[in-house]
Ligand binder design. Structure first.
Ligand code: ADE
Ligand code: ZN
Length: 330
């Protein structure tokens, strides 16, 4: 049922959406042995956020060519389309795609984009890219990632962001990269308010001047900040299943997404890294329906918010909004 609702997903890491089977297949082809990444059932296994980042990077290390990323993008989009996603933006890290080298990045990006265009023809799902820095790799690498982003900014690569270890370094140390990306016309988003409290969300707004915040849920701990978010129309990319899987909240009923929405904050819903958290966007909707009684009207409103906050061009946005209102509209 939830699968049939057309959905917009703004917060999705490309490598984080890698099906375990595909990672194992590519590892075997490159003759790479992966240790301590999967459990006996073949699923990603980790105990906490540090463990998650470790196996995420181990799994990503098998992806060594643009062709590997083509296959990853193809598999990722097929699964999202089956789940009813009609538009997605995904984080792509120049650090993983060519080690921050611009020439190599262009090749990876071309392969990812080709896979996206083929998936659009086949499954009717539209993808746009957000180049992303990895915070725990430090400000120098983030600068290189931003330069890659700025050089390839356009109708397909539409944003710049940053994920990774939120406790490493101050956000202002990364301001140069975000300024560079802004000047190139890219939309901006940063992970904040996931592992660090409200002050990290304040820093994201003040030091990086982003339009959207990845997670941002811990803003709920500061009522004045919640008010600011509501007044400024800052959009939160909320990923409840990710937060619960990583132990940030005990269960769905304890998650602050409903409180943020009631306070007038613009919230959107995403899966972050679906196979790692054993989730899909439909499953997230179902859990929220069970926990808070949310129904189709609420999800439509959330998807409208997401389409309006998308970093794509106006024509694409209008088309997506149309498809939300009239699901049969191609
Ligand atoms: N990279 C992939 N998933 C992430 C998350 N939930 N937080 C920070 N960085 C990430
Ligand atoms: Zn994320």
């Amino acid at each position: 049922m939830m699968r049939d609702l057309p959905k917009v997903e703004l917060h999705l890491h490309l490598e984080g959406a890698a099906p375990p089977d595909l990672v194992r297949r590519i590892a075997a082809e490159h003759q790479i042995t992966l240790a301590r990444v999967f459990d006996e059932a073949g699923r990603y296994a980790f105990d906490d956020f540090e463990g998650f980042l470790r196996i995420y990077e181990a799994a990503t290390s098998v992806l060594r060519t643009p062709e590997d990323y083509y296959r990853l993008t193809e598999a990722m989009l097929e699964a999202r389309a089956e789940d009813g996603v009609i538009y997605a933006e995904c984080f792509i890290a120049p650090d993983f795609c060519g080690g921050g080298d611009l020439g190599a990045w262009r090749e990876y990006l071309a392969a990812i984009r080709e896979a996206a265009e083929n998936a659009e023809h086949r499954h009717g799902i539209t993808l746009r890219g957000i180049a992303t820095a990895i915070r725990h790799f430090g400000p120098d690498k983030a600068r290189r990632a931003a330069l890659c982003a700025a050089e390839t900014a356009g109708d397909w690569l539409v944003g710049f962001g940053m994920g990774g270890g939120e406790t490493r370094g101050a956000l202002r140390d990364f301001a140069w990269g975000f300024d560079c990306a802004r000047e190139a016309g890219l939309g901006l988003t940063v992970h904040a308010g996931e592992w660090v409290g409200p002050q990290s969300v304040r820093a994201a707004l003040a030091d990086l001047r982003v339009a959207r915040i990845g997670h941002g849920v811990r803003a709920v701990e500061d009522p004045a900040l919640v008010e600011t978010l509501a007044e400024t129309g800052t959009v939160l990319e909320v990923c409840p299943g990710s937060n619960i899987a990583l132990g940030l909240y005990r269960d769905w009923a304890a998650h602050p997404v409903a409180r943020l929405a009631e306070a007038g904050v613009a919230i959107t819903l995403s899966t972050d890294d679906p196979p790692f958290f054993r989730t899909s966007l439909s499953l997230e909707y179902q859990r929220l329906a069970d926990a808070f009684g949310w129904g189709a009207d609420r999800f439509l409103e959330i998807n409208r918010t997401a389409a309006r906050a998308a970093f794509c061009d106006a024509t694409t946005r209008e088309r997506i909004l149309q498809r939300l209102e009239t699901p049969d509209h191609g």
